[in-house]
Design a protein. Structure first.
Lengths: 395, 200
């Protein structure tokens, strides 16, 4: 193999990046892109890896699944890249998997998804349902009740999350009052109709699996019809600081999210990473669960390159399983058998500053179990004694 | 998508499913085992022989390749044997014939990939269960059909020999059955048999 064929045996090590800068989920993907850039700049400033710099080849798929596949192929064939970070919605990941498998490339995927997947050529650093949906369900069904309204974006991940939630509601003798799916590009009026229906049904809480631009619409509609998040919160595993920045702190306050990371996580690694991020991209920049996974996966990848002395995917796959990293959320680990990541599940509630107060946390990191069908909620979620009283002034 | 239905019990019970894998330890075997463990099944691997299935085996995954064609698995094809999913390396008529012999509802192609195994298992278990229920239903129907036929014959004999109506003949059979504390088809069977004995 000549050095040209190998792509990057000398000079820089190239890594492909597929995050969208426009389109329905671009807010979260832009944060992932910037997290990737931050991590690479940290690595290069510290001397790179194997005495070489990391060079990112960033292409913009504009949230279209076909573009992700085409651009993944372009990264591999034209830019001679075999390491790719990116994808957001499941449809985009599914489009890229056949490409990375055919060319024996590696995809690092930093977004929570619905599970039931394992590809040798994918490392999954976002949460599986047992790490976010399940803690959220346990927490909400225990502390708020089991009469639930469900609202989601019309695609696969929400269906699967709602299946898990529905089973758990039924097991507890609860009631699914409503299950609505709106198109990814649904307008504000549709969310307003949903909010009005929710007000009539008066559930114990709302389980939202809305993604992207719909999230601010939903929360605004909820506030618009005068619902009180402290009495009837929206619970989500996708709503993050990125969407709160768009909808506004006053609209987000009191609602609940489950994730393995919030910007407020109190670790040294997080304080440093957030400070560097804001110094690089601006004081107003927020971080979130997808940002953090995109950030630490780059460090994990480069650590693996260092360990094997190569950027060859086959060699990297010998060390990536079992590899650990001191991430902003705490110590994470890639599972030896399923390529998913041990994470630290948290339950957070938005405070007046638009940041998450942690009101529940797993006692230790949790192994991803992407193929679990029949769920039982973790004990810590029902044993948690959260202070759910309203903080700050009445609105 | 209108509304999520409750999760099917076959999927809910996967974690307690006992799976027997009859496959050599090669790349396919490793991938098969790893994916079954990710799914969370209780797996045991055997190769090359397995003369007696472990208790409570709910599913068998079996390599079907040239060297297995001559193997004999005595537990196969009995009314109590579990569903079999063949893992197929060749697509020639000989191998396909061997696959058909297994009455499989789904197959796993080689090289084995992680993707597809869960669906193959779900389809095999569901269709196997449905097929078992259909078989039992057919058995019951056949038995019932046989009874109806014997009663019909006996009624005809009574009608002919006693010169009574069909309804009266039936009431006589019923009365006899009650008297002897027997099923009506038993009495009917005796009558039909006696008639056959006499008709030489």
């Amino acid at each position: 193999m000549t050095s040209k064929d190998a792509g990057s045996t000398s000079g820089s090590i190239k890594i492909g990046v597929l995050y969208s800068r426009s389109g329905v989920t671009s807010a979260a993907e832009t944060a992932q892109l910037q997290a990737t850039i931050l991590a690479v700049e940290e690595i290069n400033r510290a001397g790179g890896v194997l005495d070489r710099e990391i060079e990112l080849v960033c292409l913009d798929p504009q949230c279209q699944p076909r573009n992700y596949a085409d651009l993944a192929e372009q990264l591999i064939l034209k830019h001679r890249v075999r390491l790719i970070v990116g994808c957001y919605m499941s449809s985009t990941r599914k489009a890229v998997i056949p490409i990375v498998e055919r060319h024996n490339a590696l995809l690092f995927y930093a977004t929570p998804y619905e599970g039931f997947e394992y590809s040798r050529n994918v490392i999954y650093t976002g949460a599986a349902p047992n790490q976010n949906t399940l803690p959220l369900a346990g927490f909400m069904l225990t502390h708020y009740g089991s009469r639930v309204s469900m609202i989601g974006s019309d695609y696969i991940c929400p269906y699967e999350s709602n299946r898990v939630m529905s089973d758990l509601i039924l097991e507890r003798g609860g009631e699914k009052l409503d299950e609505t799916y709106l198109p990814l590009d649904a307008r504000w009026e549709s969310y307003l109709d949903v909010a009005k229906r929710i007000r009539q049904l008066s559930p114990d809480f709302i389980f939202s699996t809305v993604v992207g631009e719909g999230i601010p619409h939903l929360y605004r509609a909820f506030a618009h019809v005068g619902l009180d998040p402290y009495r009837m919160p929206i619970a989500s595993h996708m709503t993050s600081e990125a969407e709160i920045a768009i909808m506004g702190n006053d609209v987000a306050e009191g609602h609940i999210t489950s994730a393995a990371y919030f910007q407020t996580v109190d670790t040294a690694a997080n304080r440093l990473a957030v400070a560097r991020y804001q110094a690089r991209f601006g004081d107003d920049q927020t971080t979130n669960m997808c940002w953090e996974a995109a950030y630490f996966q780059m460090h994990l990848l480069v650590d693996a390159i260092r360990r094997v002395g190569s950027d060859d995917p086959t060699l990297l796959l010998r060390v990536l399983p079992g590899l650990e990293y001191q991430a902003p959320q705490g110590r994470v680990r890639i599972d030896e058998y399923n390529n998913h990541t041990y994470l630290h599940p948290l339950i957070g509630r938005v405070n007046t500053q638009g940041r998450f107060d942690v009101i529940g946390r797993a006692p230790e990191r949790v192994k991803a179990d992407p193929y679990v069908v029949s769920h039982t909620t973790p004990r810590w979620t029902s044993e948690a004694r959260p202070d759910l009283e309203r903080t700050g002034g009445d609105r | 998508m209108k509304s999520t239905a409750a999760t099917p019990s076959i999927l809910r019970d996967l974690r307690s499913l006992k799976v027997v894998v009859i496959h050599p330890q090669d790349q396919d075997g490793d991938e098969l085992l790893a994916q079954l463990q990710r799914i969370g099944c209780d797996v045991e691997v055997f190769w090359p022989r397995l003369d007696c299935l472990p208790a409570n085996t709910g599913l068998v995954l079996m390599a079907v390749r040239p060297e297995t064609l001559s193997m004999n698995f005595p537990w196969l094809g009995s009314s109590t044997s579990p569903p079999v999913i063949p893992v197929v390396t060749y697509e020639n008529p000989i191998t396909i014939e061997a696959v058909l012999q297994l009455n499989a509802f789904s197959t796993i192609p080689s090289p084995v990939r992680s993707f597809g195994l869960l669906t193959a298992i779900a389809v095999a278990l569901t269709q196997f269960k449905a097929s078992r229920m259909r078989d039992r239903y057919i058995d019951r129907l056949e038995q019932k059909q046989a009874k109806v036929r014997v009663i019909q014959q006996a009624k005809q004999i009574v009608m002919d020999t006693r010169g009574v109506s069909e309804e009266q003949a039936y009431q006589m059979l019923r009365a006899q059955a009650m008297l002897k504390r027997e099923q009506i088809e038993t009495v009917a069977g005796e009558i039909v048999k006696a008639r056959e004995t006499l008709s030489f």
